[in-house]
Design a protein around this ligand. Structure first.
Ligand SMILES: [Zn+2]
Length: 87
């Protein structure tokens, strides 16, 4: 793989294989299985929170596509506000 940065035997390694459109090595495949099992084992409230976050992210993406200028304006406003708060 060219430009390989992720380590084998990690979830990031699995993702790198996938992005390079290649079959993951055994170590990365096992890491992915461990990652999935751990996510499935998360408590119900954690899974519910994760689902809400994904829904919010998807909805925001759709709104942004609908009105990029307004999204950009709100984003810059909120960013400035947060930067002001933290100084
Ligand atoms: Zn690998």
């Amino acid at each position: 793989v060219t430009g390989w940065i992720a380590r084998h035997g990690t979830y990031a390694g699995y993702g790198a294989h996938a992005r390079a459109d290649e079959r993951p090595c055994d170590a990365c495949y096992r890491a992915k299985e461990r990652y999935d099992a751990r996510r499935r084992a998360a408590p119900a409230h954690v899974r519910a929170c994760r689902l809400r976050a994904r829904a919010q992210h998807a909805a925001l993406g759709r709104l942004r596509a609908l009105n990029p200028e307004l999204y950009r304006r709100f984003y810059e406003e909120e960013k400035r506000r947060l930067e002001d708060e933290s100084t």
